[in-house]
Ligand binder design. Structure first.
Ligand code: BGC
Length: 716
């Protein structure tokens, strides 16, 4: 590593402040353009542009090489620019949304997708991606659940690690690697009432048990950068939260990389009511250890004054500058400022067959079969020549990409009608849009449905209904889709519903009335090929939910690893009337965490333990037989849950601790075997330790978070 102290000594304060400022690509290319933040005018002057440290949101090998070249010509100290971007689930070859990919329960697939995303980004000139998002998601009203890996800390941690390893490899300076920035530290996913940017109030116990593990896993995997979050956490906005960044991230977890604010989040501390002006916002962020200010310019405008007033020391700025320079050095930019930017490689790799095939494979694995009364797979070459009718707003739509789909384009996606037509004879009338409705069209579709033998009904949300700032207070099917579905069900033919959406939906009527329901999410560039593979039975679905689906929005937030109450349902002391429940609907989810069907069925045996007593530092084995009771091969995700029956703090009713994906032939049986050790029993105890407490535990080996056989053991 170069020693940057000398260089930093030669830099003026203004040059240093520009180095720790990030501008949008627009400001960079047009000298005096302005950017409208939240009621906030950002003006980039020439001096700042010439010395800026990093750029957000541009790509393309030719453009970036040109920009870098010009920058190095004008920059006094010849410090290369760092180009950052949101490459969340693919660059141009788009994979399913992160929530969908988490339903694969296969971190190795997420890693593969991240490697491909890194390669396409790197050849296009990008050096760092703002991914993974490690926020735990519990409230389906929050639009950004689509960017998460769901509600479980164990899976969230696995996926966080996989993304980082996929982007960075073992050395970010290597070819086709980009640096990874985890976000949004911390607890952004807990926005009250699911309204984006809303405040969060989360106990330290909850933070440490459920929210921190995902971020921590990304840090441990070597992520080079951490992004602050927009929310205030327990009264302190993240971008000014010293405890989070100095005490937890740096001191406790040993993070040595760079911290960046979220977009304009520093100046937003004024609106939070946490800083009275820009100078105070800048001071609080710098004191918290936020190195780079994204897009707003409180550092650039106020730090000089703060230093003169003795409210800030220049050493603090120097430290941040050093971290930014070290990151550039780690990426190898001082030796090769263009890194992998290469027009020829762009042509060769972006959207290449290999990448598309991976997108199709991962999309297939991410889809979750929610219901099937036997109507699936569709028998395409049926000698009865059954008439298949495809309808609904997604019947002939290319909207396969969610909000954060980088450079993905709908023109590169095929519609379900196009893909299915290659495989089988179908007729198609969409009949309705997601939000629009024309009586005549509906009637035409209903008529065609009456004349068919089997109906494929493709429903969902607009891509713009999830993602940032897209919170919903009604998470049913938008527009007139439910009414349309009712008309189609009324025809009395078998109906297979395919859902395209970014969040768990409250769809009790669909669940009740459809013969089959396939959750396809926003499946990416190759999404409809994957849907077709599943519908035709060429591939048996194996995805499992990572977020619970509620019956009604009023249940949100609903998640499996909750705490019990003193009055749970079916409790022997209190009548059901006075148990913790709703009087007008279900308390349990419509589809629980871990749920998903395939084209065969499995039978679980009893849980058998090697011992009912576990000694300190010891371990026991738990096993359960699994039999494929259907007539085709299939993959089951056998899930191991633990419950600490009583502790110095209340413990969740269940927590996922391990799982096995097991593929069995028809009639085949095997044993799912798990080792349980003391580490799995540890939690943040009342005396602020992290330890396993002696006492009784329950083990469930289960097909999802609501079922399973159970056994008990005791830690002594
Ligand atoms: C989002 C971040 C994103 C950033 C840069 C913000 O609005 O919250 O997730 O990385 O913009 O695009």
């Amino acid at each position: 590593m170069r020693d940057f102290d000398e260089l930093i000594k030669r830099m003026t304060l203004k040059e240093k402040l520009a180095e720790i400022t990030q501008l949008y690509g627009d400001e960079y290319t047009e000298d005096d353009s302005t950017f409208m933040g939240i009621d906030y005018r950002f003006e980039a002057n020439r001096e700042m542009v010439d010395n800026v440290g990093s750029i957000l949101g541009v790509s393309g090998a030719a453009l970036i090489k040109e920009a870098q070249k010009k920058h190095l010509e004008t920059s006094k100290h010849k410090i290369p620019l760092l180009f950052m971007h949101d490459i969340i689930h693919g660059f141009k070859t788009i994979f399913p949304s992160p929530l969908a990919m988490s339903c694969t329960w296969q971190p190795e697939l997420v890693k593969e997708s991240a490697e491909i995303a890194a390669k396409e980004s790197a050849v296009s000139g990008i050096h760092l991606t703002f991914s993974p998002m490690c926020d735990l998601a519990r409230d389906a009203r929050w639009g950004r659940v689509v960017e998460t890996s769901g509600e479980d800390p164990f899976l969230n941690s696995m996926f966080a690690k996989a993304y980082v390893e996929g982007y960075q490899g073992t050395d970010v300076s290597e070819q086709y690697r980009v640096a990874s920035c985890l976000k949004h530290f911390a607890a952004y996913g807990m926005a009250e009432a699911g309204r984006d940017y809303n405040t969060t109030d989360v106990s330290e116990y909850e933070l440490r048990e459920k929210h921190f593990p995902g971020y921590r896993a990304a840090v441990d995997a070597g992520a080079k950068m951490v992004m602050t979050s927009f929310n205030a956490l327990n009264g302190v906005p993240s971008s000014g939260n010293k405890w989070l960044f100095q005490d937890v991230l740096r001191k406790e977890w040993g993070f040595r990389g760079t911290v960046i604010s979220d977009c304009t989040a520093i100046v937003e501390m004024i609106y939070h009511g946490f800083a009275q002006d820009e100078a105070e916002a800048a001071k609080k962020a710098i004191d918290a250890g936020v190195d780079i200010e994204m897009v707003s310019n409180t550092y650039y405008n106020s730090a000089e004054r703060l230093i003169k007033q003795g409210r800030l020391s220049e050493d603090q700025i120097d430290l941040s500058v050093k971290r930014v320079l070290e990151l550039k050095e780690e990426l190898g930019l001082f030796d090769n400022p263009f890194k992998d930017a290469d027009e020829e490689a762009e042509k060769k790799y972006i959207l290449c067959r290999e990448h598309r095939d991976a997108a199709r494979k991962i999309a297939r694995e991410s889809m979750v079969l929610l219901k099937n009364d036997g109507v699936l797979p569709v028998k395409k070459n049926d000698e009865k020549k059954q008439k298949i009718f495809l309808t609904g707003p997604y019947a002939d739509s290319r909207q396969m990409l969610d909000l954060w789909s980088a450079y993905g384009e709908e023109k590169d996606c095929l519609t379900l009608r196009e893909v299915l037509s290659d495989e089988m004879e179908i007729s198609c009338i969409p009949g309705i849009g997601i939000l629009d409705y024309e009586k005549e069209q509906v009637e035409n579709a209903v008529k065609a449905a009456e004349d068919s033998d089997i109906i494929l009904l493709a429903l969902g949300e607009e891509p713009l209904m999830s993602g940032e700032s897209n919170s919903r207070m009604d998470i049913g099917l938008p527009g007139y889709q439910q009414q349309f579905a009712e008309r189609i069900f009324a025809v009395g033919k078998p109906v297979i519903v395919i859902l395209y959406n970014g969040r768990p939906l409250a769809i009790p009527e669909i669940a009740l009335k459809a013969n089959a329901v396939l959750e396809a999410w926003f499946p990416g560039t190759e999404g409809n090929h994957a849907v077709c593979d599943i519908l035709t039975g060429a591939y048996a679905p194996s995805g499992r939910l990572t977020m619970s689906f509620p019956w009604a929005v009023g249940q949100c937030p609903i998640y499996y690893n909750c705490y019990s109450t003193g009055r749970p349902s079916k409790n022997v002391y209190i009548s059901e009337r006075f148990s913790s429940r709703y009087i007008d609907g279900q308390s349990v989810p419509l589809y629980p965490f871990g749920y998903g069907l395939t084209y065969t069925t499995f039978e679980y045996g009893e849980v058998i333990l090697s011992d009912t007593v576990m000694r300190r530092n010891g371990s026991i084995m738990a096993q359960c037989s699994l039999k494929n009771t259907g007539d085709r091969a299939g993959t089951e995700t056998v899930q191991l849950y633990l419950q600490d029956i009583s502790g110095s703090r209340v413990r969740p009713v269940r927590m996922l601790k391990d799982f096995r994906r097991i593929t069995l032939k028809p009639g085949e049986t095997c044993q799912a075997v798990f080792q349980i050790d003391e580490e799995m029993l540890k939690f943040h105890t009342l005396d602020k330790g992290f330890a396993a407490e002696t006492g009784k535990f329950k083990i469930y080996i289960a097909e999802n978070a609501s079922t399973g056989t159970c056994a008990e053991f005791e830690l002594v």
